[in-house]
Design a protein around this ligand. Structure first.
Ligand code: ADP
Ligand code: CA
Length: 425
C-alpha cells in the first residue's frame, strides 16, 4: 500500500510571484498543495478560493487554518514570501507542526527587533538607532556620523532605503522615507525609521535551509553591481560566488549565527550580507526563500528546484546530500528606470538571442503604471542566464539588458486628457 499523500498549505497573496513554482514542485513530488490566499473571506467564495485568509489578522487567520485543518489535515504550512511568515508560525504552532517561534518570524520581518537581537547575539551589524517616523530630522541630523542609511523597519525590496552623506541629505532622506512608508499604506504615526551606519563593501545573498537549527547553504549569490546608494536597487545576482572559500565559510557562519540570534530554526532563509576587510556583516535575514522569479535559475541534484527542497523538508522527507547543479548561473532583476505607463518593450528577441541567456520574463503589465524606487515594489521583469563562467554569465545579462528598451510614457498625459475633457464646453 502506498503512503497517503502529504498535504501542504501554501500561504500566498494574489500578487505572489511564486505560487506557480511551488504548485509545480508539489506536483512533481506527489504532494497535494492547497492554497490559503490573502483575500477577504467574503470574496473567497466568489473567487472560488478554497481557503481565504486575512493576512493582516494573523491570530484570526491562524484559527481559520486550524478549523480548516480539522477537516483536512495538513502536514506543513509554508508562506511563499514574507507576507505570511508570522501566520505560518502561529498556525503551525496550533497544529503541532515544526515551526519557527512567532517572535522569531516577526523579528525576521521587522528590521528593528532584528537589529536588536542580532546585536545582542554578537552578530556583526552596523551601528543603528531608531526614531519615530514623525520626528523632526533637523533635530537629529547634527548628532549622526555620516554616511548613514535611512530605512523603514517593515518594508522590503529596498523601498525607502536611502543613503545620506551629510546632514542636509539626511533631512531630505528622512522625509522621503517617511513618505514611502505612507505610500506603502502605513500611517507615519506609530512607525519608526531606522538610521544605520553605512557599511561599505561587496554584497552577497545567501539562500539556505534550516533544519532543527542547522543551516544548510543552498546557494551563495554575488551582487556584482556596486550598491553604494543613494538608492539600493537590486540588479544582478550570480552564483557560484567569486569569493574565496574562507570568505564564503565566514559568510555561512555569520548567517547561521544570525538565525540563532533571531531564534529561526526551520525552513528557508534568505540572508543579505556585506563583506569588507573587517569580514561579513549582516544586513538582513528573512525566514523565506529568495523572491521574485530568481529561484528559477537554481537546480539541485537530479532536477530538483529550490521549491522542491523547501517542500520536501517541510513534510519531513530527508534531503540527503544536495548540491547545486548547472554551473554558473545568474539573474537580473530589471529595474524600473522611471515612473509612467509601460507602453511597449522593444528588443526582446535580440535580448533573448544573446548567447547564454536562457530566458526573459517581463512581469510588469503593459499600460499599467510602473513606479521606480524609492516607492516602487516591483521590477520590470527578469533576465536569466547560464554559462561556462561567472564572467560569461554576468556579461550575457548586461548585454541582454542593453538590448531591451522600455517605452514608458508619463502618466501625466492621462490627467491632462481628463482635464481637457472637463474643460470642453
Ligand atoms: P529591504 O528589506 O528593503 O531589502 P535592506 O535592509 O535589505 O532593506 O536594504 C536594502 C539594501 O540597501 C541592501 O541590500 C544594501 O545594499 C543596502 N543597505 C541597507 N543597509 C545598509 C547599511 N547599513 N550599509 C550599507 N548598505 C546598506
Ligand atoms: Ca533586503
Amino acid at each position: 500500500m502506498s503512503q497517503p499523500r502529504k498535504r501542504v498549505l501554501l500561504l500566498v497573496t494574489p500578487s505572489s510571484y511564486r505560487s506557480g513554482a511551488f504548485a509545480a514542485a508539489a506536483e512533481r513530488l506527489g504532494i497535494e498543495a492547497v492554497q490559503g490566499v490573502d483575500v477577504p473571506p467574503t470574496l473567497a467564495a466568489e473567487w472560488n478560493v478554497p481557503l481565504g485568509l486575512d493576512f493582516a489578522d494573523p491570530e484570526g487567520a491562524a484559527r481559520a487554518i486550524e478549523r480548516y485543518a480539522g477537516a483536512q489535515p495538513v502536514d506543513a504550512i509554508i508562506s511563499v514570501d514574507d507576507s505570511a511568515t508570522v501566520l505560518a508560525s502561529l498556525a503551525s504552532r496550533r497544529l503541532g507542526l515544526p515551526h519557527n517561534d512567532p517572535e522569531a518570524a516577526l523579528a525576521a520581518r521587522d528590521k528593528l527587533p532584528m537589529r536588536r537581537l542580532l546585536a545582542a547575539g554578537g552578530v556583526p551589524v552596523p551601528e543603528f538607532a531608531a526614531y519615530p517616523a514623525t520626528s523632526d530630522p533637523q533635530a537629529l541630523a547634527a548628532d549622526l556620523s555620516y554616511p548613514v542609511v535611512v530605512k523603514p523597519t517593515q518594508l522590503s525590496g529596498s523601498r525607502g532605503v536611502i543613503r545620506a552623506d551629510t546632514a542636509e541629505e539626511f533631512v531630505r532622506a528622512f522625509a522621503r522615507t517617511r513618505q514611502v512608508i505612507e505610500y506603502a499604506g502605513q500611517p507615519a504615526e506609530g512607525a519608526e525609521i531606522l538610521v544605520e551606519e553605512f557599511l561599505p563593501g561587496f554584497e552577497v545573498a545567501l539562500e539556505g535551509l534550516l533544519d532543527a537549527g542547522q543551516l544548510r547553504v543552498l546557494a551563495l549569490f554575488d551582487k556584482p553591481d556596486p550598491l553604494d546608494g543613494p538608492l539600493f536597487e537590486e540588479t544582478i545576482y550570480v552564483t557560484p560566488s567569486r569569493l574565496s572559500e574562507t570568505t564564503q565559510r565566514a559568510i555561512a557562519d555569520c548567517t547561521a549565527a544570525a538565525a540563532t540570534a533571531l531564534g529561526l530554526r526551520t525552513g528557508p532563509v534568505h540572508a543579505e550580507l556585506r563583506v569588507n576587510e573587517r569580514g561579513p556583516w549582516l544586513i538582513e535575514i528573512a525566514g523565506r526563500s529568495i523572491g521574485g522569479l530568481c529561484s528559477t535559475i537554481l537546480e539541485f541534484g537530479t532536477g530538483f528546484k529550490l521549491e522542491d527542497l523547501i517542500l520536501k523538508q517541510a513534510v519531513g522527507e530527508s534531503l540527503g546530500e544536495v548540491s547545486r547543479e548547472g554551473g554558473a548561473v545568474g539573474v537580473m532583476m530589471i529595474p524600473i528606470p522611471r515612473g509612467g505607463l509601460l507602453k511597449r518593450v522593444e528588443g526582446l528577441e535580440e535580448a533573448e538571442a544573446v548567447p547564454g541567456v536562457t530566458g526573459i520574463e517581463i512581469t510588469a503589465r503593459l499600460n499599467h503604471p510602473i513606479v521606480p524606487l524609492p516607492e516602487g515594489a516591483s521590477y520590470l521583469g527578469f533576465i536569466f542566464a547560464q554559462g561556462d563562467s561567472i564572467d560569461a554569465v554576468e556579461d550575457a545579462l548586461r548585454q541582454s539588458h542593453e538590448r531591451l528598451s522600455f517605452v514608458i510614457v508619463p502618466e501625466i498625459r492621462l490627467a491632462v486628457t481628463r482635464e481637457a475633457a472637463r474643460a470642453r464646453p
